[in-house]
Design a protein around this ligand. Structure first.
Ligand SMILES: Cc1cc2nc3c(=O)[nH]c(=O)nc-3n(C[C@H](O)[C@H](O)[C@H](O)COP(=O)(O)O)c2cc1C
Ligand SMILES: CC(C)CC(=O)C(=O)O
Length: 363
């Protein structure tokens, strides 16, 4: 039994080529945002309530029409076959078994239709969402959206924090700038810019605007969530535009190194949204208590990126199952210790800053 996600991280490190481990683990620039994502959770404490008569607990939440058995989902990460030969289908089977959502990446090493099929083989109504970088040519974006729709994805997650690619210094040091032979971003085949033996490269597009998002929303009936929102002003615009959900994220510290920790950006975004659409968070979630803090500060669910890659590298599908089971069990335990019966019982009055002499005030 591997007791914590940190133990799995160590096991993954031992198994992976150091260049791949560093690609997964690394952040942009001096890795301040990467470090702060985890450190900021350590600066927060939960102030538990007692004697609340919560004899039974129900961890489930519903997001954009999909029911999740727990408020933890799998954030999109690229190139799962770098971690394990079975790649994204192994992740999809484990996530479906846990009863939660997999956000499969546009940069997956297995086509989206095979990822959804793997999830559905385990659980007929398994929910898989598709993460998308809007391409500068709308027709290319549309072709990708149609692929995701045909594959049965139930939501689109548009990553908006990557107008340019983050400067990843570990990758530069290793000269890690291409996938090994035999691995490719399979969703990018057969698109303009692709050749017979090489898929189109994923373009980052600094010229994108809300107009592009409006066009996308007019072309699909799927719910559209935005991933990578940190500024409350953007959250307000997104709500006014009719976006279906937000994911507060600094991309695991891989884009703007000067960005705040995700958990530090969450309260202002949640306040701006005021419950009108679901707000999710990813970045630095390593324990059930981190999930509980995020929910208390206004998130409807949290995502995990690297922990899933550690599980996959350590032990394939079984490793990912273990990651999700650990998070479920830890979250359930923390909820019980806080006197809660469901995620809705966690509110901002339960979170205090560590080290503040006054501690929390009763609210
Ligand atoms: C190796 C790796 C690849 C990633 N690839 C993508 C991607 O293709 N698209 C995307 O929107 N986010 C991507 N992300 C960011 C994750 O979705 C997520 O925001 C981040 O990993 C959350 O932080 P955590 O790793 O601390 O849980 C990637 C992250 C990692 C570590
Ligand atoms: C190579 C990219 C498509 C994925 C990635 O590393 C990221 O989004 O952080």
């Amino acid at each position: 039994m591997i007791p914590t996600l940190t133990d799995l991280r160590e096991r993954a490190r031992k198994r992976l080529d150091p260049r791949v481990y560093d690609f997964f683990e690394g952040g942009a620039g001096g890795e301040t945002a990467l470090h702060e994502n985890e450190a900021a959770f350590r600066r927060l404490a939960l102030l538990p309530r007692v004697l609340r008569g919560a004899a039974t607990r129900d961890l489930s939440v519903t997001l954009c029409g999909d029911r999740l058995a727990m408020p933890v989902l799998v954030s999109p990460t690229a190139f799962h076959r770098l971690a394990h030969p079975e790649g994204e289908p192994a992740t999809a089977r484990a996530t479906a078994a846990a009863g939660t959502v997999l956000v499969t990446g546009m940069a997956a090493t297995v086509p989206v239709a095979e990822v959804t099929a793997a999830a559905r083989a385990v659980q007929a109504d398994a929910a898989v969402w598709f993460q998308l970088y809007l391409q500068p040519e709308p027709e290319v974006t549309l072709a990708l959206v149609r692929r995701a729709e045909r594959a049965g994805c139930t939501a689109l997650v548009v990553t908006v924090d990557s107008p340019v690619f983050g400067r990843r210094e570990r990758d530069a040091r290793h000269g890690f700038d291409d996938l090994p032979a035999g691995l490719a971003a399979e969703n990018m085949r057969g698109l303009p810019g692709a050749t017979d033996d090489r898929p189109r490269d994923i373009a980052m597009s600094p010229g994108l605007s809300w107009d592009d998002l409006r066009r996308l929303r007019a072309q699909t009936r799927l719910p559209v969530l935005l991933k990578g929102i940190l500024h409350p002003g953007d959250a307000r615009i997104a709500v006014a535009e009719g976006v279906d959900g937000l994911l507060v994220s600094n991309h695991g510290g891989r884009q703007l190194d000067a960005a705040p920790a995700s958990i530090e950006a969450l309260p202002a975004v949640a306040e701006a949204v005021a419950g009108r659409i679901p707000v999710l968070l990813d970045g630095g979630v390593r324990r059930g208590s981190d999930a509980a803090v995020a929910l208390a500060l206004g998130a409807s669910a949290v995502g995990v990126g690297r922990p899933v890659l550690w599980g996959l590298a350590a032990d394939g599908e079984k490793g990912v199952r273990h990651v999700l089971e650990l998070l479920r069990a830890e979250f359930d335990h923390v909820l019980a210790l806080c006197g809660g019966g469901s995620p809705a019982d966690l509110g901002p009055d339960l979170v205090v800053a560590r080290g503040s002499v006054r501690g929390g005030e009763a609210r």
